[in-house]
Design a protein around this ligand. Sequence first.
Ligand SMILES: Cc1ncc(COP(=O)(O)O)c(C=O)c1O
Length: 396
Amino acid sequence: MRYASITSRLADLGSGKWTLHVRARQLKASGADIIELTIGEPDLPPDPALLEECQRAMNAGRYRYSNGRGEPAVVAALTEKYRRRRSGVTKENILCFPGTQTALFAVMFGLAEAGDGVLVGDPLYATYEGVIRSTGAHPVFVPLNPQHGFHMQAEDLEKAVTPECRVLLLNTPHNPTGAVLTPEEIAAIGAVARRHDLWIVCDEVYEELVFDAAFASPFDNPDLAERTVVVSSISKSHAATGFRSGWAVGPAEFTERLLPISETMLFGQQPFIADMTAYALTHEIGTARQMRESYSHRARLTIDGLAGVPGVSVLPPEAGMFALIDVSGTSLSGEAFAWALLEEEGVAVMPGSSFGDTARNFLRVSLTVPDDVIEEACRRIAALALRCTACRERRA
Ligand SMILES: Cc1ncc(COP(=O)(O)O)c(C=O)c1O
């Protein structure tokens, strides 16, 4: 049978990046002692008040068809949230989606097509290449340098731009590196976007999980208002990944043009999820604060746990739920180290190569497990690193 070309374009961009994770799950199911540090799933449950609100809404009959833009209460809550960040935001700027991922997919379909280039930092979140390629556009990678803490530099962006580029896909705070762009970096990046008339799509799903740095966004810069679209959700901020509740916020003309795409694909969001999201956005909920505290503490435990271990060093994350470990000093690639770590020490981490070429010498570890598990994982990582070093010295 014949298939549309999108199936070939995405064939290698789906579950292939998760091969090690799948293998770890198989080993675990067969009884092996595996520490799993692969996925970014918050380890807290959502606040009980959110579950109650969902239940209340369902009992009140809030399970019928919605509309493409979003239920009035959640649209009002989002308008308020983003008006606090930039004046003049109205409900015409908001579109609700089932999660950031769907928002990204729809937004990219509205902005890019075959022949277009989409600029994106490398390393990058695992689904971005698929999102870009599904439209027929191609990614144009902007290397993010560990020497700059993986912060995108305007000069590197300028060097990467080609005449086909239409969109810059930004991610701050960044997965997998935990980098948080500064207002100055955003202003410089924004100047490049203006010069080349690029849209800026900014994925801010980790906005609430910034440790000590200050969050900044192109959305908050009035000079970039006409070209910036934010995508985000309550997945990480409220430990509510499975509820699938997100949004896009952009210029009114943009949301109006996107609305038919959203309606064609989704036919609206579930009203009971919308009510719960409106509740989450308008009440003081402590989940993000708790996660910020435990993830920054566990990042510190990882740094301390691997301090002085030959061949490995931890890049301190500024935000999010992951830490990157540079293993280049062990003379193994991130991929080889990650597989050896699983087979020999029973620790599952993501090879940096799952997030692009620039991260090939890194491992990404998830900080969403208890402190003592992080400490044990560090002991096992250190044991493998020591064996690698001893082996290298014997060969030398
Ligand atoms: C950078 C980034 N964007 C988007 C997502 C998906 O978010 P959502 O659950 O809102 O679809 C993730 C999930 O890990 C992520 O890390």
